[in-house]
Design a binder for this molecule. Structure first.
Ligand SMILES: NC(=O)c1ccc[n+]([C@@H]2O[C@H](COP(=O)([O-])OP(=O)(O)OC[C@H]3O[C@@H](n4cnc5c(N)ncnc54)[C@H](OP(=O)(O)O)[C@@H]3O)[C@@H](O)[C@H]2O)c1
Length: 253
């Protein structure tokens, strides 16, 4: 359980090599050492660096659980293994793929992969995490959503449509867990400087992963259920809802 100064005992990162996810874990480790479980593909070329990064950041211990988002049948065992070290204080759902939208909407295989990783797999682990969190009666699921799902745009609609579903699922999972003692924090991030967005060109209100980590840490401590990073996206996303399609399609976004 998080103590009064926000120190965790046990942190789970799904998407164990995610740059944003690792920054969030490191932000919690500033409060003191914790056991960290990285759920990641064993063959990820980034897993050794992720373990080293988290160890250097002060983790008490780090374990790796084999996790392939596309293999939903393996998820129950992976999540059970992640909880075998005891209650999880913070579970971060941070796996995802952006991909090339123009290739994705012309290629059924690429589109299904993007939808499966960004939506189906997220629902799969969300259900499993909720079961554990409801039982333990405390803790926070941090769900990495995106402003791309707030009003889906032509430029990245394969990714954005999956994130719209992701956002709806985790927002309402939080409602379903209300009163259980466990919380869901939905993080609606704009562009964040990581390898995922490296080819996208710098958009307005782009932030660093540490900005996301600081905002997530504060929100978890305060029991907030939705945040926007950059915070101005709260108002930008709202304004987008009211722009007619004929005008929206002409915006350079
Ligand atoms: N960066 C942004 O601008 C931005 C903005 C809004 C929201 N987000 C969301 O924030 C989250 C983290 O993004 P990030 O910037 O940290 O991206 P990242 O560094 O590219 O991390 C993506 C993670 O997803 C994992 N992954 C991809 N496919 C997988 C699969 N089939 N099975 C298991 N793991 C898989 C990757 O693992 P491997 O090492 O095995 O590839 C990696 O750990 C994502 O959900 C993303 O959609 C990002």
């Amino acid at each position: 359980m998080l103590n009064a100064v926000g120190k965790a005992q046990n942190i789970l990162l799904l998407g164990g090599t995610s740059e944003i996810g690792l920054a969030i874990v490191e932000r919690f480790l500033i409060q003191g050492p914790a056991h960290v479980t990285l759920a990641a593909r064993r063959d990820s070329p980034r897993i050794d660096a992720a373990v080293a990064e988290i160890t250097a950041a002060g983790a008490a211990s780090v374990s790796v659980v084999d996790f392939d988002a596309l293999d939903t049948r393996s998820h129950p065992a992976a999540i059970d293994e992640a909880f075998s070290a005891g209650d999880v204080d913070v579970a971060i759902v941070a796996f995802g793929i952006l991909g090339d939208n123009e290739k994705q909407w012309h290629d059924q295989g690429l589109a299904v992969e993007a939808a499966s990783v960004n939506y189906t797999a997220a629902v799969s682990v969300g259900v499993l995490l909720a079961g554990h969190f409801e039982q333990q009666g405390h803790g926070t699921i941090v769900a990495m959503s995106s402003v791309a799902g707030q009003r889906v745009r032509r430029s990245n609609f394969v990714y954005g449509s999956a994130k719209a579903g992701f956002d709806g699922f985790y927002t309402q999972l939080g409602e379903a867990l209300r009163g259980s003692g466990a919380n869901v924090l939905v993080v609606r991030a704009g562009q964040v400087r990581t390898k995922m967005s490296a080819d996208a060109g710098e958009a307005p209100l782009t932030v660093n992963r540490d900005d996301v980590a600081d905002a997530v840490y504060d929100a978890v401590i305060n029991g907030t259920d939705i945040i926007w990073v950059h915070p101005l996206f709260r108002y930008v996303s709202l304004a987008f809802q009211f722009i007619p399609r004929q005008i929206f399609r002409k915006l350079p976004i």
